[in-house]
Design a protein around this ligand. Structure first.
Ligand SMILES: [Zn+2]
Length: 723
């Protein structure tokens, strides 16, 4: 309550002494709104931001995460029904869209150390008496592991990333015919067994080393937030860098009984068995490994000397899955737009979890629910958005972005026509605003971040977000980043539901969440419970409430801005930084003769078009909103802006993974979640495929040139309005 009064007082002071704009105006302009429409818009947004309520976030979380709710099981339907009922009770038009996907459930998971000393791995997370919700009701497994019954000597491969396998080669150790033991961290889990398989391994265990998120990092749950001895990390090992969604229906929506590929032909299902284990289970294996002592950087936090092997530790690993298709339940809310119903603003967060998932994803899902309730309150007070708003709670994200991908593929043609922006959130905690996405929306996002206050400092969430973003820049770039007044948003790789929208359909996207001060020791385990969240993360839901304020403001502003708030000089500046990075990278490869000139020229054209657009845009502020809205050229401008991101896509997609169409942002083929910008050029260079990299120069420059032409057209159409 005090926080709220303070921020109102600040607004009045600035309103009077600062800009001279009507009370309530915090900064002189709102991207996309003419001057005479700013005050009313701000007032509506302030009214919205009063609605989200921490007590309700707590209530929804306790209802949703009070029980395990893994996708494909009746418990996930229970959560979808709960959210559906809430949305309906607020008077919103909500429905469940059902899809199905191949979602294998484990029938048998047994691993035994057979030599030199026998030990049967527990593969079980015990219930803690202090937290009855910590019950291990979802088995420990990695979704889309292969079936297998294998016996082999063990090789310890550190994080199991490509560089680790290179190191093994230097040491003269082969993993061919072996079972690898990798630790979690340094890259996405799915990369580890993929690279192990490519190197001839027959099985893979991934364990959580205490150095990374256990007792070395801090006290373990329940005494502290970190991973206990028998805690382990579930998760998908689908080859998501190739495509997301149901492995049997790449590129089209998976309806019940619809067309499907055969499982044998599914490229994203792993060929070897892989299982996540705790350090409690990894310790007896590591103890019996001999061979060379592990390189210093490979050593974890367990009380032993780490050896690489191979053997004499020998494992027998037997995994079997049922390979069933299972249902997915996406909950979709639609708020129809009045004057621009065919322009859609979409905001989604997944609702499925590996176990209870209080943090991942319920913290974000309940924040989305409060955003929905806030919008419903606005509707009750008479507000109607100009554009259509769609809110989505996705199912099956944890398995491979299943619910969002199937929905995006099912509605692909309509989405390409109508979707303007896809906003994503996922599990959220305390700390500062983390933002990523399409750089044409960077300025817009920064403006919103200036209007939402941090619950702890009472200052705009922009301030700390910017400070942290600067600190996150590479050393060489930090000074320029500091001089740049904007909040630089991160490029998006993968790891959440924005991927089908941004990288498959090439729709502009934003991803937001709070974090940085929430410890992460229970990720995807049975200990990610309501009690853990309330004790160690955003326990008073202050940041969850703030996230609702951020997402609601983003949605309302996008839905009502007469001109969509895109801006392209930021995009050009960002792309030029990538060009410089790639030129430097190319210079380190002595046999790469990469000519980046066409990309440079394209980015330069984009910058010019962006400047022309800004020039036309600058006169917009004085045009009365009524005049602006009556001009037919406005529809042209918005149509050009809405489809601008699609110019960065290419229907052929990326080499070796044509599902990924975006030519600027992609998850790394060998990093998984980690982004690769201008991926074809960058990965071509990194992996020594220089012809592919040079081909990337052609596709990237063509895409950027196409965007430049589109922005130029938008500038001309805007000029028609303002002249
Ligand atoms: Zn999640």
């Amino acid at each position: 309550m005090r926080r709220h009064l303070l921020s109102l007082a600040l607004l009045v002071v600035i309103g009077v002494t600062g800009s001279g704009l009507p009370t309530g105006a915090q900064s002189p302009a709102l991207r996309g709104f003419p001057d005479d429409a700013v005050a009313a818009q701000r007032q509506r947004e302030e009214q919205f931001r009063k609605v989200p309520d921490a007590a309700r976030l707590k209530e929804y979380m306790e209802a949703i995460a009070g029980e395990p709710h893994v996708a494909g099981q009746p418990s996930s339907k229970r959560v979808a029904d709960y959210a559906l009922a809430k949305f309906k009770s607020w008077g919103l038009d909500a429905q469940i869209e059902e899809f199905e996907a191949m979602m294998p459930w484990p029938i048998e998971t047994s691993v035994e150390l057979v030599a030199p000393e026998k030990y049967a791995l527990k593969i079980k997370e015990p219930v803690l008496p202090e937290d009855p919700d910590s019950g291990d009701q979802t088995p420990l497994y990695n979704a889309y592991s292969g079936d297998g019954d294998v016996t082999g000597d063990v090789v310890y491969v550190n994080y199991g990333m490509p560089a680790d396998f290179e190191k093994l080669k230097e040491l003269g150790i082969s993993v061919k015919g072996k079972i690898v033991l990798a630790r979690y961290g340094a890259g996405w889990r799915g990369i580890k067994p993929k690279v192990a398989y490519e190197n001839g391994a027959i099985g893979c265990l991934i364990y959580s080393d205490p150095r990374d998120d256990g007792y070395f990092a801090g006290d373990v749950y329940p005494a502290g937030p970190y991973r206990p001895e028998f805690g382990a990390q579930r998760g998908s090992v689908m080859d998501m860098p190739v495509h997301a969604g149901d492995p049997l229906t790449p590129g089209w929506g998976s309806e019940k009984g619809g067309r499907k590929n055969r499982r044998e032909d599914a490229v994203t299902i792993l060929k070897i068995p892989v299982l996540p284990v705790s350090y409690g289970d990894a310790l007896p294996i590591l103890k019996q490994l001999k061979g060379p002592v592990a390189p210093t950087e490979w050593r974890g936090g367990l009380p032993l000397t780490y050896h690489v092997g191979p053997g004499p530790a020998k494992l027998h690993m037997k995994l079997a899955f049922d390979w069933q298709n299972r249902p997915l339940h996406d909950v979709i809310v639609t708020i129809p737009g009045t004057t621009r119903p065919d322009e859609w603003i979409i905001f989604g967060n997944h609702h499925d979890a590996w176990v209870s998932g209080a943090d991942d994803p319920t913290s974000g899902a309940v924040s989305l629910m409060e955003t929905a309730r806030g919008l419903s309150e606005m509707l009750k007070s008479g507000w109607r958005p100009s554009r259509t708003i769609k809110l989505a709670l996705w199912d099956g994200e944890e398995w491979g972005l299943l619910g969002s991908t199937e929905w995006a593929e099912q509605h692909d043609a309509e989405l390409k026509q109508k979707a303007v922006v896809y906003i994503n959130s996922d599990g959220t905690g305390k700390g500062w605003l983390n933002a990523g996405g399409s750089h044409g929306l960077q300025q817009f996002l920064g403006e919103v971040a200036k209007d939402v206050m941090d619950p702890r400092t009472g200052k705009p969430v922009f301030d700390e977000a910017r400070r942290r973003a600067v600190l996150g820049e590479p050393e060489a770039e930090r000074k320029t980043a500091e001089a740049d007044p904007s909040l630089r948003i991160a490029p998006l790789g993968s790891g959440s539901d924005f991927t089908p929208f941004l990288q498959h359909l090439t729709i502009s996207a934003l991803s937001v969440g709070f974090g940085g001060e929430s410890p992460g020791g229970v990720y995807h385990s049975a200990y990610d419970t309501v009690k853990w969240y309330q004790t160690y993360s955003d326990g008073d839901y202050a940041y969850g409430r703030t996230l609702s304020q951020v997402t609601g403001t983003l949605v309302m502003r996008l839905a009502d801005a007469p001109v969509l708030p895109f801006q392209f000089t930021d995009t050009a500046d960002t792309l030029m930084r990538y060009v410089v990075e790639l030129e430097k990278l190319a210079a380190t490869k002595k046999d790469a003769k990469l000519d980046m000139a066409p990309v440079r020229a394209a980015v330069e054209s984009l910058r010019k078009a962006g400047v022309a657009y800004e020039k036309a845009y600058a006169s917009l502020n004085k045009v009365p909103a009524a005049t602006l809205n009556s001009r037919k050229e406005l529809t042209t401008v918005n149509k050009l802006l809405q489809s601008s991101e699609q110019k960065l896509g290419n229907s052929d997609g990326l080499p070796r993974r044509d599902w990924f169409k975006h030519q600027i942002y992609a998850p790394g083929f060998y990093t998984g979640y980690g982004v690769k910008t201008m991926p074809q050029i960058r990965e071509g260079l990194e992996e020594g495929r220089y012809t592919e990299a040079q081909g990337g120069v052609r596709t990237v420059s063509a895409a950027v040139n196409a965007l430049a032409v589109q922005v130029d057209q938008a500038a001309q159409a805007l000029q028609q309005i303002v002249k």
